[in-house]
Ligand binder design. Structure first.
Ligand SMILES: [Zn+2]
Length: 72
């Protein structure tokens, strides 16, 4: 019937500490849920690293500068 649906899945990545791998920034307590949506999560094997929204924007810019235009 109607059992209470868990609000979130048991994603191991969700328990990873939110720290920007680039600048070391951490979201304020209470803002972590928002950060999970706006930050970039990079999963390398079992390790999960986060990049804050500001760094991902900077990162994107540098990636676009290096990327071969054909990639797009
Ligand atoms: Zn950052």
């Amino acid at each position: 019937m109607s059992e209470p649906t868990p609000a979130h899945h048991d994603d191991p990545g969700d328990s990873a500490p939110l720290t920007c791998a680039t600048c070391g920034h951490r979201p304020d307590p209470g803002h972590e849920a928002t950060a999970r949506l706006t930050w970039s999560r990079d999963t390398t094997g079992a390790a999960v690293s986060w990049t804050c929204d500001r760094c991902s924007r900077e990162h994107l810019r540098s990636i676009e500068g290096k990327l071969d235009p054909v990639w797009w």
